[in-house]
Structure formats: C-alpha cells, structure tokens
Design a protein around this ligand. Sequence first.
Ligand SMILES: [Zn+2]
Length: 249
Amino acid sequence: MVDVIVRERRLRWPIAAHFEASIRGQTVRSIDRRAKYILIRFDAGSLILHLGMSGSLRLVKLDTAPKPHDHWDIRLDSGWILRFHDPRRFGSLHWTESDPALHPLLKQLAPEPLSDAFHAQYLYLATRKRSVAIKQFIMNSQLVVGVGNIYASEALFRARISPRRAARRITRKEAAALAQAIKDVLSEAIKIGGTTLRDYVNADGAPGYFRQKLFVYEREGAACRVCRSPIKQFVQGQRSTYWCSACQR
Ligand SMILES: [Zn+2]
C-alpha cells in the first residue's frame, strides 16, 4: 500500500494533476533503471523519475519532518518514506500507464552498455564514416548511454586505443576490444560501488572506491601502471582526457 504526497509540483516539468490519484493505494512491483531514469513499476503503471543535477532519493522513517527542497514523498506501508530532495528542481517525475520503454523520454535512447544490444558489431558499424575522435564518439549518448568521461578514458586505455583516433579508423578487432572494455570497466565500477568520491555515496553513506583502481583518469604525470611512462592529459570536447601514449595507439 502506497500513498504519495507532493509538496512542490514545479520540477523540470510540472507534476501532472492526476498523479497522486493514479498511484495511491498501489503496490510496488519492481524497480529498474534506463539511462538516468529510475523506473518504479506498479500494477497499473510506472513512475519514471530523474534526479536532474542536484536531486537525491532517501529512505526516511515515517515520522521524519520534511526539510526545504523535499518536494515529494512516497509513503510505504513498511514504515518508510521514499523522499525526493532537489534544491535546483531539474529532477522530474512522470506517471505512465503504458510500457515505459515507449514513453517519449525513453523511446529514443541508445542501448545500455551492459545490455546485449551493445556489442562489437554494433560499435564497429556505428563507427564507419565517423571522423570524430573515438573518445568523444563513445561518450555520445546517441550511440550508447552512460559512458561518462572517466569510463571512456579507462576503457580506451584497456583496449589500447588512442582517444584521438578517428572513430572510422577503428578496426573490427579493436571495436570488439573496446566494447568489451566498456562493459568490464562499468561492471567493475558498479561492483565496487561507484567512482566519484565527491558526489557519490552508497546507501550507507560510504564513498565510491573505484577511483583507486583507475589506470589513467586524473593520473597525469604519474607512472602508467603497465609501462611506467608518464600518463598524459589534454582537453577534448571541453573534457579532460587522460591516456598513455606508449600503451595506446
Ligand atoms: Zn603505458
């Protein structure tokens, strides 16, 4: 049994007027994710929520008073509240009674990197005729979602490919190595619990430790863990890129 309380409807998009009536009294069936959207599925439909730039979700005890910027609550009959906090209000909350994959926010999204839809052949074919640098190419969310700057740098190091190389110059074998490296880097980061010490805390409030395993990211001047050459840094598409010019070609 679920109840819902909305204190502020003006998020990135206004929360629909019928929203509370749609969800009240229903049971949560599953929780899932697509790109940066969190999907909470009920019998009658699904919530599609996005944390925006500054949003966070916390589980708090039922009698916890809301603080400023606590915009909505989902009250669970287990005695907890799922509470959304967002000072900048770029987060969003939508309700759909159709398949969320068909919602306008989700239906154009590129494959998930850890899904079977993202594979060597997909990456190889997508790179053909593309002269953009391979690092910027794999960070493009129209190719694959969720490969951020850290993971792009690390995956290219593991696949031994220079971040400056034109996407179309990647061989079939390199595309296979890169697709696998992207999957490996992300899987390891998830297992360890994230990378960004500054922003990321897990449910217990502990920081992400994947940073300690990085080969190149933010290691400029330090010795490459493979060949001992100094790691280099340059700016590419307004983002810092880190690489080993001896290991990566
Ligand atoms: Zn090296």
